[in-house]
Write a protein that binds this ligand. Sequence first.
Ligand code: GDP
Ligand code: IMO
Ligand code: MG
Length: 429
Amino acid sequence: MANVAVIGAQWGDEGKGKVVDWLASRADIVVRFQGGHNAGHTLVVGNQTYKLSLLPSGLVRGKLGVIGNGVVIDPEALLAEIARVRAQGLDVGPERLRIAETAPLILPLHAALDRAREAARGERRIGTTGRGIGPAYEDKVARRAIRVCDLAEPQTLADKLDELLLHHNTLLAGLGAPVFAKRDLLDRLLELAPLVLPYAEQVWERLDEARRAGRRILFEGAQAVMLDVDHGTYPFVTSSNTVAATAASGSGVGPGAVGFVLGIAKAYTTRVGAGPFPTELHDATGKLLGERGHEFGTVTGRPRRCGWFDAVMVRQAAKVGGIQGLALTKLDVLDGLPELNICTGYRLGGETLRRLPAAPAAQQAVQPVYETVPGWSASTRGARSWADLPAAAVKYVRRIEELVETPVTLLSTSPERDDTILMRDPFEG
Ligand code: GDP
Ligand code: IMO
Ligand code: MG
């Protein structure tokens, strides 16, 4: 019996939330280990739709949710999300949700800096979610972050705010943005402290006990490998490591505890925000994928850019991300297309590459090499068994497996929880 980590294998929004919710029935604990409320996960269960950003998707199944030290937490966003899902009938008290006391906080000044910097970048903007994720991770590495545990120490908060404000107000003033007052921030943090602290603990200890008791842990990734700060399309990335290795460091377990790594990929490709996208379609097919797939960002509402499945990129994501099995989602969105293209290489200069180059201009310049395969006219939407799929859809999945050099172990055929085909149980390793 293994634990399982779920990570995105493209640029996010692959359907991680749906897959984590589905797999959570087999798990005891669901752990978020990186990212913050830049994530947006939509779960459809019967006539209820849950939109989660910071809360582990396993809460919908009534499982214990853990937010690890690798996550950056906006306490206002956390409390608002808890209130929102409570209104939908979920139980999210401190007995259901535990938060690492070493997790750094996102404050209003982080979001302000994120937005001011994006505005200053103009045409070169990254297209961030504007939620302060980057600045909060910068403060963590710079050793000036306010962490969850600091909420219990008013004097620590006051001292840390001095250092934070010296840094941030200087930058904000330089960018022509309003500055922040210490008193306001301190008062608000002291108000938030009693609301957040009941959830806080040393989660590493709980996870250690759970492991020794033979409990199953599901690690829930946010974003995706191509948005990883080291391995993604830098600088058009998020500010955390999104690869499966982060599940260990971002929650306080050893690398051996992570278990089977399931990578989630759409049967085509999407991206929100700026940056290279070799298989992007600017034509009617791209528009069709966007409409059929309802490709609008959960967090920002921005339309997602759409394109063909890029096997070169997903193969690379599988290698660097540690992906052992692939879950292919949104197969149904391709129903009815007469032909499909799969990117099998990139042309750059006179060469054909099987990897994405690292240098930004080269990343922008690569041209996809396509293999064209037949589409299918029958519907795959809602299919719950392999036998229900048209032959051409099965062939498409098999070809992706070959090109990505990773077995497809799960398929998703609609947003609904149970419209899922399992070929191999990841908890069996
Ligand atoms: P995440 O960020 O990876 O959790 O993905 P999002 O929730 O942001 O985006 C995925 C979207 O696709 C959501 O609206 C899901 O409800 C939806 N979805 C997930 N799987 C499928 C599928 O197999 N078919 C279709 N049509 N929609 C899906
Ligand atoms: P989930 O978990 C898709 C993108 C942003 C931007 C870049 C940096 O739902 O898959 P940030 O605010 O993180 O500094 O923005 O990363 N991005 C996502 N794109 N899905 C996400 O999360 C994302 N989280 C961040 O659009 O391009
Ligand atoms: Mg999303």
